[in-house]
Design a protein around this ligand. Sequence first.
Ligand code: C2E
Ligand code: CA
Ligand code: CA
Length: 513
Amino acid sequence: MKSGRQQAGFYKEMWKCIKDFGHWSGEVWNRKKSGEIYPEQLSITAVKDADGRITNYVGSMIDITERKISESKIQQLAYYDQLTGLPNRQLFRNRLEQDIKRVSRKKSSLALLFIDLDQFKEVNDTLGHNKGDALLVEAARRIRKHVREADTFARLGGDEFTIILPEYGDEPSIDRVVLSVLQEMEKPFDLGVGAVGHISCSVGIAVYPQDAESIEDLLKHADQAMYAAKDAGRNRFSYFTPLMQQMAREKLELKNDLRYALSRGEFEVHYQPIVALSSGRIEKAEALLRWNHPRRGQVSPAQFIPLAEEFGIIHELGSWVLSQSIAAVVEWRRQGREVQVSVNRSPVEFDKDDFKWPEMLASANLPGNAITMEITEGLLIRESGQVQSRLLECRNNGIEVSIDDFGTGYSALSYLKLFDIDYLKIDRSFVQNLTEDESDKALVEAIIVMAHKLGIRTIAEGVESEVQRDLLLSFGCDYVQGFLYSRPVSASGFERLLKDAGAVREFSETLEG
Ligand code: C2E
Ligand code: CA
Ligand code: CA
């Protein structure tokens, strides 16, 4: 029966088609006997007699309710994020394309915001993925309150969101939206059963057409601006500037050069002595990578290690540093000096399932404790079997483990005992303020006392003055490392330091000028 949903003109057209062509098919809304309205696939064919006169019509119909439901489900799956119900990357792109077309016709402008949550990974790692999901849903709900009907608020994946603000050319109104988003993310997230998440977010903004004329450039520039906000310390927003573009280009260049640097022999490992406070002797050294770039000169590892991580060549680089360090230890032993070398291992290196440390040590005929592995705190809370089994392997082979930059990350004290950590390296930032800052003094002393209670030894990093050293000595710190003793030096420079250990200080001063 007729549903009443089709206009009279619809049936007129239908009949005309049957009359002219003998056939019609299409989708219609019809009504069942019960009164229920449903979508139907209908086809009608005219049946003619020998003289070509229409005698009958044969209609066949199929209820396509199910198909309609699954079509809309597919639509939902294809264009919406299942967790938050927000438009997904695909729909975001479609909308951005449409908005840009409209805006350029009207000669107005549009702002694109890239929002990336800070510390989301920590929430996921410590509270579990369910709580992480709950946080994302709540974050989406909070942000949605600040966007208008005409804006598009989408989830690009993971903890990345985006907002398109069409016809929002001027900065004050963009700022208003961004500031409310930042404020919303700062508030604690109640995730149920006593779990509370603390995060913030970093936002990058690019404006069309001022900052970019194509979609691709606009996306890239918003992304660069977002990274600039992260680099500047997170929990803030940043507008795209041409300088960012230049920095991004430089980064790309470095990344490119990095691919060939190892095979071209541009790397070198330097060693910085670690001195036992009780004896004043050099007992250990930290291996620190140096890149002698043919055009740029020395590039800081703080700059190229993150690139190597992004690029995946950290694996090759890491095992190269290890083999160099092993060779150095072997040589120094031959000269009659036992020095334990500490090698930094990037968290990214744990992603790959091959751990050659014990094997490499064994083939150099070295005991496990000839080398220490320096890792960061964040690694311990990853809850990954991979990390756990590597650390276990270290312990079984006698390789000692240090926690680097202790106090700057997500310190989870219970994990120190759980993973059988051997050393804590107290971060330079605490040591730096030791002389003036009373609370830093208390903090450093507390870390040392706590570590000792747990059977862990401490190494203070970045010791530059005698005052710092004396304080550390009075707190019972075990080892110190820093410019007071020596800067990182080449392997041969380090050998000279060993030979002349009594005059370490004077020596390093003349060496480095
Ligand atoms: P880190 O592991 O915290 O290394 C200590 C950094 O502090 C070194 O910087 C060292 O030169 C510097 N330093 C030592 N004593 C002092 C001091 O008294 N005062 C000051 N101001 N600084 C001091 P560097 O060599 O630039 O290395 C930076 C970071 O790069 C390292 O921080 C480490 O995270 C990373 N890195 C270096 N080599 C490697 C490596 O072979 N593998 C990995 N994964 N990371 C590495
Ligand atoms: Ca280190
Ligand atoms: Ca460190």
